[in-house]
Write a protein that binds this ligand. Sequence first.
Ligand SMILES: Cc1cc2nc3c(=O)[nH]c(=O)nc-3n(C[C@H](O)[C@H](O)[C@H](O)COP(=O)(O)OP(=O)(O)OC[C@H]3O[C@@H](n4cnc5c(N)ncnc54)[C@H](O)[C@@H]3O)c2cc1C
Length: 318
Amino acid sequence: MIENVVIIGGGPAGLAASIYNARAGLNPLVIAGSPPGGQLILTTEVENYPGFESIMGPELILKMRKHAEKFGVRFIDENVVKVDFSKKPFAVGTIHKLSLQSKSVIIATGAKALWLNLPSETRLRGKGVSACATCDGFFFKEKTVAVIGGGDTAMEEALTLTKFAKKVYIIHRRAEFRASKIMQDRVLNNPKIEVIFNSEVEEIVGGKKVEGIKIKILDPRSQILEKNNEIKHLSSDIYHLTLDGVFIAIGHKPDTDIFKNHIKLDKKGYILVKDYMTSVPGVFAAGDCVDHKYRQAATAVGMGVAAALEVERFLEKL
Ligand SMILES: Cc1cc2nc3c(=O)[nH]c(=O)nc-3n(C[C@H](O)[C@H](O)[C@H](O)COP(=O)(O)OP(=O)(O)OC[C@H]3O[C@@H](n4cnc5c(N)ncnc54)[C@H](O)[C@@H]3O)c2cc1C
């Protein structure tokens, strides 16, 4: 059987695309990944998805999946392990279904936030530890937070957080930022932001929620002043910083490794598209695997819808 459209990825972008393609009579097949659901599965409360004042991330994605199933979308909850876009129909393979064939493909494999991989960070995720200031900054009104990182993402996260928090620390391992000069200037001139260079997070402290972080000073010449009871010297090079939230901003990695020899990617691995079409006509892409800038459920949905409409136009022309 040759499919009309195979959608790779079962997050917001892939599910939105599947609903549109199903209602257009294309009988789409979603290879949703393992585990399916995408980043919303890792999210606690979502307060910025239109139509839902407050909903837990896993519940929101489950509703999207049920919506798609209601219109007859078929699902395989496996990972795609290989593709061949060099001939038509395109070939897409999972471990158990080696050669699915399709006239068109939408890639919606998303991205993963990079974490520090501390046990305390995993335990406190959604309890004050986040990787998205746009998503979660609102929960930290008049609180004290820290951003971990030194690139443009960290600068953006810190500046976003200044709209909510009363104080934003940036903890960075090196003596200077990697971020662009313009972003650095904005950060360094913001009175709400204080930077602690040459330091790394040893542990995120807290029981039911974040209470602070332990940081290690990497360069003995660095000095940290103890003030307002917010910073306490624990031992020779270890300090405790009292906080309500920690935003990890050390980067994102798009899930696009399996496509790298088949379509054009940028140097960070994001898929390059024009009108949601990749460098191979008939192969489209949407959501966080394309978008390193906005990274929201609602924007991923919008891109998924646009890619689905482009698929319909493409198939009509065939
Ligand atoms: C901690 C956190 C909090 C967030 N909070 C919010 C919020 O409050 N509001 C908001 O709007 N956004 C929030 N976001 C961002 C939002 O979750 C993402 O922007 C959105 O999920 C992106 O959707 P997507 O479909 O592009 O990708 P993803 O959600 O990443 O989904 C990708 C899908 O592709 C699958 N996949 C990957 N590789 C393969 C493969 N080889 N084969 C098959 N399938 C594959 C995955 O399993 C997954 O199902 C948050 C993100 C994080 C990490």
